[in-house]
Design a protein around this ligand. Structure first.
Ligand code: SDX
Length: 373
């Protein structure tokens, strides 16, 4: 290794490009989507309007929102080919593998699959955004041994997603908390899965290929898989009274506590207060005081011991548990939200035409000759 080469493992702290889509600011502990604070968007906008904002750069007018909602509703139905592909996967398969398969099939069948023009990519993004809830809801219901439920055009995105999953119109508290979670999960600059999508796009590969790659990256417990892993931790601990002993053991074995820490935020994830407030409404609605006590105890003890703060996955996991989703379905919900941010970045990267190809420092054997060569 030359003494001048600086290796930045994990690209930590490395600025590799510009983006106009979102700004994550650890100094001010803030997150802007196209300049708007995410807390304000979560408080005032439906998820559909935030998706539109990420793609178009501006919030939709009432007429634009009406037109966008009509387009989304027109593509909600579960494609029979996607249903057949999901049926080919065992229920023992992880739901992230199932949703990755569903996107592959949607890509292979999309009439504009080979058209990577900005206009076609936008239309494909909307079709993916609209189609994922039915695929995820179908996979959740087959794990319960239940038949699929047809989408309803009279319900907005989140209420329809919950309708197709649970077969009943959600309580307002549940619908609101779900919509807030979708907005908060939608976009977060160059996180691992988004950067994966940008790398794939930088080779001029198609949008669906980039989304499939992003789903693979998101599955890992250091990234999107953490919201599922948080609930495995809660199930392992059991109750608030057991937290301290459990944490002693976990920290003694250098275990990573899922739902805590962040590569960019170092004094707390800007999205957590908003998602925690949504979780609090669910705790009250369902009378889940024991879960809340465990949540508070683990946070208090871990922050006191390590000074590492919760990230968005920490309040999201318990929220999705209270809504009734199986634990393994939590990260596919993250996919349904983040597909908006991923596709916005895919379109931004496609417009830049810059192949992403970093260098590496060779540390293998010096050059040598093959015997007999
Ligand atoms: C997401 O990038 C994004 O924007 C991602 C995301 C998005 O919206 O796209 O925000 C979504 O992925 C959130 C993160 C979800 N992951 C988890 O909750 C998994 C647990 N968290 C850790 O693995 C960790 O915090 C990372 C991976 C998230 C970030 O780690 P870093 O920045 O690489 O820091 P590090 O692993 O080098 O940790 C520094 C120190 C280490 O201790 P030492 O080895 O120096 O003694 O802090 C410790 C770590 O062991 N540490 C933890 C910890 N997080 C950091 N120790 C225990 N539990 C943790 N959760």
């Amino acid at each position: 290794m030359t003494d001048t080469t600086e290796i930045r493992k994990g690209l930590a702290g490395v600025v590799v490009d510009t983006t106009a889509i979102s700004k994550v600011n650890p100094e001010t502990n803030s997150l802007l989507y196209r300049g708007y604070p995410v807390q304000q968007l979560a408080a005032t906008q439906p998820f559909e309007a935030v998706a539109y904002l990420l793609w178009h750069g501006e919030l939709p007018s009432p007429e634009q929102l009406r037109a966008f909602r009509a387009e989304e509703r027109a593509h909600r139905a579960l494609d029979p080919a996607v249903k057949a592909a999901i049926d080919l996967t065992p229920v023992s398969a992880h739901p992230m593998d199932v949703v990755r398969t569903a996107v592959s099939v949607l890509g292979a069948r999309d009439a504009e699959a080979s058209d990577s023009s900005p206009e076609a990519d936008l239309r494909k993004s909307v079709r993916l955004f609209a189609a994922l809830p039915a695929a995820i809801a179908y996979d959740q219901r087959r794990r319960w041994g239940r038949d699929p439920i047809e989408p309803r055009e009279d319900l907005d995105y989140s209420r329809n997603f919950l309708w197709m999953t649970f077969g009943e119109e959600p309580h307002e508290v549940v619908a609101r908390a779900f919509d807030v979670s979708m907005i908060l999960y939608a976009e977060h600059s160059f996180n691992a899965s988004t950067f994966t999508a940008r790398v794939i796009t930088s080779t001029m590969a198609d949008l669906h290929s980039a989304v499939v790659g992003a789903i693979g990256a998101l599955k890992g417990p250091l990234h999107g898989g953490a919201n599922e892993a948080v609930m495995h931790v809660f199930d392992e601990i059991g109750e608030a009274a057991a937290v301290e002993a459990w944490l002693d053991e976990a920290l003694a074995t250098k275990r990573k506590i899922m739902g805590f820490g962040h590569r960019v935020y170092k004094s707390g994830d800007s999205r957590v207060p908003t998602m925690k407030a949504a979780l609090d409404t669910l705790v009250e609605h369902y009378g889940a005081q024991e879960l809340a006590a465990l949540y508070d105890a683990l946070e208090a003890h871990f922050v006191a011991r390590k000074g590492i703060h919760p990230n968005l996955d920490y309040p999201s996991g318990p929220a999705y548990r209270l809504m009734g989703f199986d634990t393994e379905l939590f990260t596919p919900l993250f996919v349904a939200a983040r597909v908006t941010g991923w596709t916005a970045h895919i379109m931004e990267q496609a417009a830049s035409n810059a192949l992403i190809r970093p260098l590496s420092e060779y540390v293998g054997p010096d050059e040598r000759q093959v015997p007999g060569a």
